[in-house]
Design a binder for this molecule. Structure first.
Ligand code: SF4
Length: 224
Protein backbone atom coordinates (compact mmCIF):
# COMPACT_ATOMS: atom_id res chain seq x y z
CA UNK A 1 0.00 0.00 0.00
CA UNK A 2 1.39 3.41 -0.94
CA UNK A 3 1.97 6.12 1.71
CA UNK A 4 -0.84 8.18 0.18
CA UNK A 5 -3.34 5.30 0.37
CA UNK A 6 -2.34 4.32 3.85
CA UNK A 7 -2.97 7.85 5.10
CA UNK A 8 -6.53 7.50 3.80
CA UNK A 9 -7.07 4.35 5.79
CA UNK A 10 -9.78 5.12 8.36
CA UNK A 11 -11.60 3.38 11.19
CA UNK A 12 -14.38 4.28 13.61
CA UNK A 13 -12.90 4.64 17.08
CA UNK A 14 -15.23 4.85 20.07
CA UNK A 15 -12.65 5.81 22.68
CA UNK A 16 -8.95 5.92 23.56
CA UNK A 17 -8.05 5.82 27.24
CA UNK A 18 -5.47 4.63 29.73
CA UNK A 19 -6.61 2.13 32.31
CA UNK A 20 -5.64 -0.97 34.22
CA UNK A 21 -6.27 -4.23 32.41
CA UNK A 22 -9.05 -5.91 34.38
CA UNK A 23 -9.11 -9.33 32.71
CA UNK A 24 -6.97 -12.22 31.60
CA UNK A 25 -3.30 -13.05 31.93
CA UNK A 26 -2.13 -9.41 32.21
CA UNK A 27 -4.62 -8.31 34.84
CA UNK A 28 -3.44 -5.28 36.82
CA UNK A 29 -1.20 -3.87 34.08
CA UNK A 30 -1.47 -0.30 32.73
CA UNK A 31 -2.53 -0.26 29.08
CA UNK A 32 -3.75 2.25 26.54
CA UNK A 33 -7.06 1.01 25.18
CA UNK A 34 -8.24 1.74 21.64
CA UNK A 35 -11.87 0.72 21.26
CA UNK A 36 -13.04 0.08 17.68
CA UNK A 37 -16.72 0.27 16.80
CA UNK A 38 -18.63 -2.64 15.30
CA UNK A 39 -18.76 -6.36 15.94
CA UNK A 40 -19.64 -9.44 13.89
CA UNK A 41 -21.35 -11.05 16.92
CA UNK A 42 -24.25 -10.03 19.11
CA UNK A 43 -23.66 -11.59 22.54
CA UNK A 44 -26.55 -11.50 24.99
CA UNK A 45 -24.38 -10.13 27.81
CA UNK A 46 -22.56 -7.49 25.74
CA UNK A 47 -22.44 -4.23 27.67
CA UNK A 48 -19.67 -2.69 25.57
CA UNK A 49 -20.32 0.56 23.80
CA UNK A 50 -19.11 -0.15 20.27
CA UNK A 51 -21.66 1.85 18.28
CA UNK A 52 -20.74 3.74 15.16
CA UNK A 53 -22.99 6.63 16.27
CA UNK A 54 -20.81 7.35 19.29
CA UNK A 55 -17.52 6.86 17.46
CA UNK A 56 -15.15 9.17 15.63
CA UNK A 57 -13.73 8.35 12.23
CA UNK A 58 -9.95 8.59 12.40
CA UNK A 59 -7.08 8.05 10.01
CA UNK A 60 -4.10 5.91 10.99
CA UNK A 61 -2.02 9.05 11.26
CA UNK A 62 -4.51 10.75 13.58
CA UNK A 63 -4.66 7.74 15.85
CA UNK A 64 -0.86 7.34 15.86
CA UNK A 65 -0.51 11.01 16.86
CA UNK A 66 -3.08 10.55 19.62
CA UNK A 67 -1.23 7.49 20.92
CA UNK A 68 1.97 9.51 21.20
CA UNK A 69 0.24 11.59 23.90
CA UNK A 70 -0.57 8.50 25.94
CA UNK A 71 1.86 6.85 28.32
CA UNK A 72 1.31 3.09 28.38
CA UNK A 73 3.76 0.83 26.56
CA UNK A 74 1.03 -1.70 25.83
CA UNK A 75 -1.69 -0.71 23.37
CA UNK A 76 -4.80 -2.84 23.72
CA UNK A 77 -6.82 -3.10 20.51
CA UNK A 78 -10.35 -3.83 21.64
CA UNK A 79 -13.96 -3.41 20.57
CA UNK A 80 -16.33 -4.49 19.32
CA UNK A 81 -14.22 -6.76 17.16
CA UNK A 82 -11.00 -4.93 16.22
CA UNK A 83 -10.16 -7.36 13.39
CA UNK A 84 -13.01 -5.94 11.32
CA UNK A 85 -10.44 -3.16 10.79
CA UNK A 86 -7.45 -5.40 10.10
CA UNK A 87 -6.00 -3.24 7.29
CA UNK A 88 -6.14 -0.18 9.52
CA UNK A 89 -4.47 -2.16 12.33
CA UNK A 90 -1.74 -3.38 10.01
CA UNK A 91 -0.93 0.20 9.02
CA UNK A 92 -1.10 1.44 12.59
CA UNK A 93 1.46 -1.15 13.70
CA UNK A 94 3.94 0.07 11.09
CA UNK A 95 3.36 3.77 11.88
CA UNK A 96 3.35 3.56 15.68
CA UNK A 97 5.66 1.12 17.44
CA UNK A 98 4.24 -0.34 20.64
CA UNK A 99 3.56 -3.61 22.35
CA UNK A 100 0.23 -4.58 20.77
CA UNK A 101 -2.36 -6.60 22.67
CA UNK A 102 -5.35 -7.81 20.66
CA UNK A 103 -8.65 -8.57 22.38
CA UNK A 104 -10.76 -10.61 19.97
CA UNK A 105 -13.73 -12.93 19.76
CA UNK A 106 -11.65 -15.49 17.86
CA UNK A 107 -13.87 -15.86 14.80
CA UNK A 108 -12.04 -14.02 11.98
CA UNK A 109 -8.98 -16.16 11.29
CA UNK A 110 -8.34 -14.87 7.76
CA UNK A 111 -8.21 -11.31 9.02
CA UNK A 112 -5.92 -12.30 11.90
CA UNK A 113 -3.55 -13.91 9.40
CA UNK A 114 -2.99 -10.47 7.89
CA UNK A 115 -1.84 -8.82 11.13
CA UNK A 116 -0.43 -11.58 13.34
CA UNK A 117 3.18 -10.62 12.69
CA UNK A 118 2.59 -7.19 14.26
CA UNK A 119 0.74 -8.42 17.34
CA UNK A 120 2.57 -9.30 20.57
CA UNK A 121 -0.32 -10.75 22.56
CA UNK A 122 -3.58 -12.34 21.45
CA UNK A 123 -6.31 -12.64 24.07
CA UNK A 124 -8.88 -14.78 22.31
CA UNK A 125 -12.36 -15.18 23.72
CA UNK A 126 -14.24 -18.38 22.99
CA UNK A 127 -17.85 -17.18 22.93
CA UNK A 128 -20.05 -19.96 24.29
CA UNK A 129 -23.58 -20.41 23.04
CA UNK A 130 -24.73 -21.15 26.60
CA UNK A 131 -23.63 -17.66 27.74
CA UNK A 132 -23.93 -15.50 24.62
CA UNK A 133 -26.90 -16.89 22.68
CA UNK A 134 -24.58 -16.92 19.63
CA UNK A 135 -23.97 -20.35 18.08
CA UNK A 136 -20.75 -22.13 19.05
CA UNK A 137 -17.97 -21.77 16.45
CA UNK A 138 -15.37 -24.23 17.70
CA UNK A 139 -13.97 -25.10 14.27
CA UNK A 140 -13.37 -21.44 13.51
CA UNK A 141 -11.98 -20.91 17.02
CA UNK A 142 -9.51 -23.75 16.40
CA UNK A 143 -8.36 -22.27 13.07
CA UNK A 144 -8.00 -18.87 14.74
CA UNK A 145 -6.02 -20.32 17.68
CA UNK A 146 -3.50 -21.95 15.36
CA UNK A 147 -2.67 -18.55 13.86
CA UNK A 148 -2.86 -16.69 17.19
CA UNK A 149 -0.33 -19.13 18.61
CA UNK A 150 2.35 -17.45 16.47
CA UNK A 151 2.16 -14.36 18.73
CA UNK A 152 4.67 -14.06 21.60
CA UNK A 153 1.79 -14.59 24.04
CA UNK A 154 -1.49 -16.27 23.35
CA UNK A 155 -4.22 -17.26 25.78
CA UNK A 156 -7.90 -18.18 25.71
CA UNK A 157 -10.54 -16.44 27.80
CA UNK A 158 -13.96 -17.99 28.40
CA UNK A 159 -16.90 -16.12 29.94
CA UNK A 160 -19.28 -18.71 31.37
CA UNK A 161 -22.34 -19.10 33.54
CA UNK A 162 -24.23 -22.00 35.10
CA UNK A 163 -25.54 -23.09 31.68
CA UNK A 164 -22.12 -24.16 30.35
CA UNK A 165 -22.39 -27.68 28.84
CA UNK A 166 -20.06 -30.70 29.00
CA UNK A 167 -19.70 -30.50 25.21
CA UNK A 168 -18.57 -26.86 25.44
CA UNK A 169 -16.03 -27.75 28.15
CA UNK A 170 -14.66 -30.63 26.01
CA UNK A 171 -14.32 -28.45 22.92
CA UNK A 172 -12.60 -25.59 24.75
CA UNK A 173 -10.10 -27.98 26.35
CA UNK A 174 -9.43 -29.58 22.96
CA UNK A 175 -8.60 -26.18 21.41
CA UNK A 176 -6.35 -25.22 24.35
CA UNK A 177 -4.56 -28.61 24.30
CA UNK A 178 -4.01 -28.49 20.54
CA UNK A 179 -2.31 -25.13 20.96
CA UNK A 180 -0.73 -25.76 24.38
CA UNK A 181 -2.15 -22.56 25.78
CA UNK A 182 -3.53 -21.21 29.01
CA UNK A 183 -7.30 -20.97 29.64
CA UNK A 184 -8.63 -18.10 31.76
CA UNK A 185 -12.13 -18.81 33.06
CA UNK A 186 -14.15 -15.71 33.76
CA UNK A 187 -17.54 -16.14 35.46
CA UNK A 188 -20.26 -13.88 34.09
CA UNK A 189 -20.92 -11.03 36.51
CA UNK A 190 -22.91 -10.42 38.62
CA UNK A 191 -22.83 -14.02 39.79
CA UNK A 192 -26.19 -15.80 39.61
CA UNK A 193 -27.55 -16.95 42.93
CA UNK A 194 -26.41 -20.45 43.84
CA UNK A 195 -23.85 -20.57 41.01
CA UNK A 196 -20.45 -21.91 42.08
CA UNK A 197 -17.82 -21.07 39.44
CA UNK A 198 -15.24 -23.29 41.17
CA UNK A 199 -17.32 -26.37 40.25
CA UNK A 200 -16.84 -25.47 36.57
CA UNK A 201 -13.16 -24.69 37.21
CA UNK A 202 -12.69 -28.19 38.65
CA UNK A 203 -14.28 -29.78 35.59
CA UNK A 204 -11.69 -28.04 33.43
CA UNK A 205 -8.82 -28.70 35.83
CA UNK A 206 -9.52 -32.45 35.99
CA UNK A 207 -8.75 -32.62 32.27
CA UNK A 208 -6.36 -29.72 31.71
CA UNK A 209 -4.09 -28.20 34.33
CA UNK A 210 -3.31 -24.90 32.56
CA UNK A 211 -6.49 -23.18 33.64
CA UNK A 212 -7.10 -20.23 35.96
CA UNK A 213 -10.26 -18.68 37.39
CA UNK A 214 -10.09 -14.85 37.29
CA UNK A 215 -13.17 -12.62 37.60
CA UNK A 216 -13.41 -9.19 35.94
CA UNK A 217 -11.41 -7.26 38.52
CA UNK A 218 -12.32 -3.78 37.24
CA UNK A 219 -15.90 -4.44 38.41
CA UNK A 220 -14.65 -4.94 42.00
CA UNK A 221 -12.26 -2.00 41.81
CA UNK A 222 -14.75 0.40 40.24
CA UNK A 223 -12.47 1.24 37.34
CA UNK A 224 -13.39 1.27 33.68
S1 SF4 B 1 -17.89 -10.29 20.80
FE1 SF4 B 1 -17.58 -8.80 22.46
S2 SF4 B 1 -18.10 -6.80 21.59
FE2 SF4 B 1 -18.93 -8.38 20.20
S3 SF4 B 1 -21.04 -8.65 20.88
FE3 SF4 B 1 -19.81 -10.19 21.94
S4 SF4 B 1 -19.24 -9.23 23.91
FE4 SF4 B 1 -19.96 -7.59 22.53
Amino acid sequence: MSEKNSLNNKAHIVEIFNSIQGEGLFVGEMQTFVRFSGCNLNCAYCDTNHNKETSKEMTVKELANKLKEKTAKIVSLTGGEPLLNYQFIKELCTKYKANYYLETNGTLSEKLQNVIESIDTVAMDIKLESATGEKNRFEENQKFAQIANKAKTFFIKIVFDKNITEDEIENCIKIAKNNKTQIILQPKMPLEQGFEPDVVFNKFYEKYEFVRLIPQTHKFLNIR
